[in-house]
Ligand binder design. Structure first.
Ligand code: ADP
Ligand code: MG
Length: 699
């Protein structure tokens, strides 16, 4: 197949014409023959089987029957008439029924002529009937470019209104295959096709539009899904490769005093296997000569901080500075205190810079930063201000990345001639499935193991009607010296009502616990007031913290052992998991109690069940992805994984892995795709890039 003919505008296809072409462009983005070929059915009706009338079952799906009409009559009913035809085969009789278009049907139906009918049946008065069947004369049926599995194409209201029905689509597709003679050059290498036993391209596209049977359809879909994912992965990997060649980074070869001294003499605990592995990955990056851009994922409490610190030591050991940026002041302070404590036996100079740093201190910090007296600077967005100039920033660690945009990250770069290495840490687990397609061009490390000795948080679901028991339980825990979080949902659109819920809740808790001190924190408070209240809780001066989700990110109060989430059905899974992560940070057994009313949707139930069943953030993220689809998950909007034409990012995970594996193998052996055997791949890749077919997926 000549690649050019596939670029023919859709207007030129017989049976399309300017009006339809316009609709196809506007409604479905189909501009060319190629686009039309890649417009895949979203489901198929199984017409592989013909039923005899005496084989029909009640409540069966759509069925296909061959027979003849013997008689047609109009039947009066309360509202208008219906048209009823007796339809028979050699095994019995059924009825075909029409409520609309009766005149036309009556005039066009042929008596005693074999028809193939297709549709859903009803069982009524001892007889099967089929309302508004699809019908075709057997004689015609035999002539068609025949397909046993009938494809159903996605449609839109406008298309349906304009009469571009599924049948029309089918016709257009037929025409397309006639005009292009159904011949397509293969787009994957011989090596791949034979190793994976893939259908040839021509056969695959034909069978996806005109499947001959289930088996061939499955093979065709597999081949096309693989191809789609393969080229996306190839693109991501090539992008990553080029980026590494293009963006030179500082080479941190030395493992020196800070790192070794700390590792040998001051580690407060044995590192977990996962922590060790991740530090190794980071070390390799820092020594590679390319700028590191690594995402470090690890569930809440998995111990990302120590990994960050040891990475920063590597920078210091090579004569560079490092910084750690947190999304809020509270978190920055916590990091500062934590790192100072960890480094108390070393002479690392660590400073804190936030929005509330006094002018005098600020000036001192600016100075010391520029003359290199500061090793590690910890802070908030304040680090990004122009006045903040490092002598030589070697590594920037960013905690909880979604609060920092790409533009802000770039600001850090501009602080140096050579961009510093970047380590982004997040506790929001991105399902592996998604990470691979979203961040195929970013390196990812995962801490998938919690430090030993952690008692898993016990999570239960309680109905509001059991509130008194829950309160009694809280009292016990407070008696034991523990602290409690009570969290209310705050969702923007209904802010007023949520705010009232929170205040009502606060009042009833104040009544229930007259002897306890209670903190309250919500989004409408000034940040000083918020910090003050938070602080009292952190210092143990209050026993209960009533809050909205503002406490979601990072707050660390090891003595807090109970997290109560009110109206838990209103939270998303990842948010529930983040909230739960506020407890279970100390030595004591911790609890998470999900409070709800009795009325729960199916999805809410699934969310609650998932929460009570597992503490594993990745498992939860996978369920979340399945419930919500990739559309709502962070970062997917821009990435365009939604624009996949045939593969499904969730369901076709195995194909994705396979595609990625092979793309990697090929690039490893032949990074420039210049080997003869990879010629087809190089050519197809160039074509896709030229016609921007890949760029649709990747911004
Ligand atoms: P997060 O990944 O949520 O940022 P942190 O780095 O704050 O987690 O670590 C959570 C807690 O676990 C801290 O108190 C830290 O000291 C402790 N911790 C981290 N790694 C280990 C380990 N390998 N063994 C024991 N405790 C650890
Ligand atoms: Mg942390």
């Amino acid at each position: 197949m000549n690649a050019n003919i596939l670029q023919t505008p859709i207007d030129y296809l017989k049976g399309v014409g300017p009006n339809r072409a316009d609709l196809l462009r506007k409604e479905l983005g189909i501009h060319t023959y190629q686009d039309l070929i890649n417009f895949f059915p979203n489901r198929y009706l199984d017409k592989t089987r013909f039923y005899k009338i005496n084989e029909l079952q009640r409540n069966s799906a759509e069925v296909q029957v061959v027979g003849k009409i013997t008689h047609i009559k109009s039947v009066e009913q309360k509202r208008g008439k219906r048209l009823v035809a007796d339809f028979v085969d050699e095994t019995g009789k059924m009825e075909l029924v029409w409520f609309r278009g009766q005149k036309w049907i009556r005039e066009n139906l042929k008596i005693n002529t074999p028809y193939v009918i297709f549709g859903k049946t009803n069982w009524f008065n001892g007889l099967f009937s089929m309302p508004h069947p699809e019908m075709e004369l057997v004689e015609e049926y035999k002539k068609q470019l025949r397909t046993a599995m009938q494809p159903i194409y996605p449609s839109t209201e406008k298309l349906a209104k304009a009469g571009i029905s599924n049948r029309v689509f089918h016709k257009i597709m037929q025409q397309l295959f006639i005009e292009t003679k159904g011949k397509f050059y293969d787009t994957l290498s011989e090596e791949l096709t034979s190793e994976l036993k893939l259908l040839p391209k021509a056969q695959a596209v034909f069978n996806v539009h005109f499947p001959q049977n289930q088996e061939l359809l499955a093979q065709a879909q597999f081949r096309l899904k693989f191809e789609e994912l393969f080229y996306i992965q190839l693109q991501l990997l090539i992008k990553n490769m080029l980026q590494k060649q293009k963006i030179k980074g500082y080479v941190f070869e030395a493992i020196g005093e800070n790192f070794s001294e700390f590792y040998n003499n001051h580690l407060p605990f044995e590192l977990t296997g996962a922590q060790k592995r991740v530090i190794k990955e980071i070390r390799a990056d820092l020594g590679s000569g390319a700028q590191m851009n690594r995402l470090l994922q690890g569930d809440v409490g998995s111990g990302k901080t120590i990994v960050a610190l040891m990475s920063m030591f590597i920078a210091l050991d090579n004569g560079f500075q490092a910084c750690l940026m947190a999304p809020t002041e509270i978190l920055a302070i916590q990091h500062y205190n934590g790192l100072v404590e960890l480094c108390k036996n070393l002479d690392t100079s660590i400073y804190l810079l936030t929005g509330s740093t006094k002018t005098k201190d600020r000036r001192e910090i600016h100075e010391k930063l520029e003359n290199g007296e500061i090793d590690i600077l910890i802070g908030t967005h304040a680090l990004l201000e122009d006045k903040v100039k490092f002598k030589n920033l070697g590594l920037a660690v960013i905690d909880e990345q979604h609060r920092f945009g790409v533009a802000q990250r770039a600001k850090l770069w501009r602080k140096n001639q050579v961009p510093p290495h970047i380590l982004v840490m997040t506790a929001t687990p991105i399902p592996r499935t998604l990470a691979m397609s979203l961040y195929g061009d970013l390196d990812i490390s995962v801490i998938d193991e919690l430090p030993p000795g952690r008692k898993p948080i016990k999570t239960v679901h309680r109905y509001d009607s059991n509130r008194l028991k829950v309160f009694a339980f809280i009292k016990d825990e407070i008696q034991k010296g523990r602290q409690i979080y009570i969290v209310y949902p705050l969702i923007q659109e209904s802010e007023k009502m949520d705010y009232k819920d929170l205040m009502d809740g606060y009042e009833s808790i104040a009544r229930e616990f007259p002897n306890e001190q209670i903190s309250i924190v919500h989004g409408q408070m000034k940040s000083d007031a918020k910090d003050y209240e938070m602080d009292r809780f952190v210092r143990g001066e209050t026993q209960i913290m009533v809050a909205t989700t503002v406490i979601e990110v990072g707050v660390n109060v090891p003595n807090a052992s109970v997290m109560i989430i009110e109206s838990a059905e209103r939270f998303g899974l990842s948010q529930l998991h983040q909230l739960r992560g506020r407890v279970g940070r100390g030595a004591e057994q911790s609890f998470c109690i999900l409070m709800t009313g009795h009325k729960l949707s199916k999805d809410s139930k699934t969310r609650l069940e998932t929460m009570t069943a597992t503490n594993d953030g990745f498992e939860i993220a996978e369920v979340d992805l399945k419930l919500r689809g990739p559309g709502d998950i962070m970062g997917t909007q821009q990435s365009g994984v939604l624009n996949l034409k045939i593969a499904d990012i969730v369901k076709d995970n195995d194909v994705l892995k396979l595609a990625r594996h092979h793309a990697m193998q090929i690039l490893k052996e032949d990074p420039s795709l210049s080997l003869e055997k990879n010629k087809v791949i190089r050519f197809t890749y160039a074509q896709l890039a030229k016609h921007k077919n890949i760029w649709n997926y990747i911004s």
